[in-house]
Design a protein around this ligand. Structure first.
Ligand SMILES: [Zn+2]
Length: 373
């Protein structure tokens, strides 16, 4: 499979920060699993009798993690059109975590005007193309001094002023793909600062981070270079970030899409129990099932199901769907809806909608209820 899905992005309105846009960060997670697993098809998609199909969800849900390719206005319109098919009450777009060195980097300005045409249906997290890039730049230069911190805070507040509802997609460990390989300590001074900004404004941070409990060789099948031969331990640093400001809600993206083998239900449970400000997005990609996949033959595995039922207040759905939907069967939203539909109704209500209202606060909740009475 050709993985270079770098696509031109057209801003919904020209902005001085944004000139040339390319996307493909979500392909990075795909890449990791694809190189590991050789593009295995979804188990659910290939097993006769398994509960596959186009959806929709049995009860409404909010899709908390998506990306867009190409023209931002057309992508927003495609997402709005998709909401009915999916039974989605709202769709959140995120900006790929990127670096300033990568010519394709862009941020929320390219899509905010289009998103604002659909209040209560479409909202945007920002910072992937700038705040994340500032962190990567700080890691490279070693400068996290007062000047850097001041510029970082100003940019974060600028994004909030423009209307983003959270900071994402950020990263601390991200394989190379549509964007370059990226690493930052999860307790980097700018991440601690971002936690303080997020807490002060009541918005969450959405973090992509492959799970690395101890320093390790990059998993077999993850190409090196461009990825480094070894990955640095990050769970202890992640816990320091979580503990730094308990008022900062942090969403660890991509539970169920594991590129190291360590994002187990047991690790997720331990961290959720230890850190009340931690939430997780569930991702299931039928084209890149990765390790510790939550589904087998289209059914939720017992250990994952037990975790979702035990801690129903701590998960949301974030499939990493791209809009417009790529050609072909087995969209990521279909796989996550297949999982969602197997949960008990009370758990579905929390994971589907209630937790988003709690994480994102009254602004999102009121817009949501106004748009979806
Ligand atoms: Zn991601």
């Amino acid at each position: 499979m050709i993985l270079d899905d770098v696509t031109r992005i057209t801003p919904s309105a020209q902005h001085p920060m944004t000139r040339s846009w390319r996307v493909g960060a979500a392909a990075v997670a795909m890449l990791a699993a694809q190189v590991l697993l050789g593009c295995q098809p979804s188990p659910g998609a290939t097993t006769p009798g398994a509960p596959t199909g186009p959806g929709p969800a049995l009860t409404p849900y909010i899709e908390a993690h998506t990306h867009f390719d190409g023209d931002a206005t057309a992508a927003v319109q495609a997402a709005v059109a998709g909401m009915t098919r999916q039974n989605a009450a709202m769709i959140l777009f995120q900006i790929p975590p990127d670096t300033f060195d990568h010519p394709g980097h862009y941020d929320a300005e390219v899509v905010l005007d289009a998103a604002k045409q659909y209040p209560g249906k479409i909202a945007v997290l920002g910072g992937g193309g700038t705040l994340n890039a500032m962190i990567m730049q700080s890691v490279a230069t070693g400068d996290a001094g007062p000047g850097v911190q001041q510029a970082f805070k100003a940019r974060a507040e600028e994004l909030l002023g423009e209307g983003v509802i959270g900071f994402g997609e950020m990263t601390a460990e991200h394989y190379s793909g549509g964007t370059p390989y990226q690493y930052a300590p999860a307790d980097h001074p700018l991440y601690l600062l971002l936690a303080d900004i997020a807490a002060a404004h009541g918005v969450p941070i959405d973090l992509h981070m492959e799970a690395v409990p101890e320093d390790m060789a990059v998993p077999a099948g993850v190409k090196s270079p461009p990825n480094p031969p070894r990955l640095r331990a990050n769970i202890a640093a992640f816990e320091r970030l979580l503990a730094h400001n308990p008022g900062a809600k942090i969403i660890w993206a991509h539970a169920g899409s594991d590129g190291t083998g360590y994002r187990t239900p047991a690790l997720c449970r331990r961290l959720l129990l230890a850190h009340p400000n931690l939430y997780m997005e569930i991702k299931t990609d039928p084209h890149a099932v990765g390790m510790n996949y939550p589904l087998a033959d289209g059914k939720i595995k017992p250990d994952w199901r037990a975790l979702f039922v035990e801690l129903p207040d701590r998960f949301v759905l974030g499939s990493d769907q791209h809009y417009p939907e790529p050609k072909g069967p087995d969209q990521r939203w279909q796989e996550i809806v297949m999982l969602f539909n197997q949960l008990p109704p009370d758990v579905r209500k929390k994971i589907g909608t209630d937790n988003i209202a709690h994480i994102y606060g009254a602004g999102v909740a009121s817009r949501l209820s106004a748009a979806n009475p």
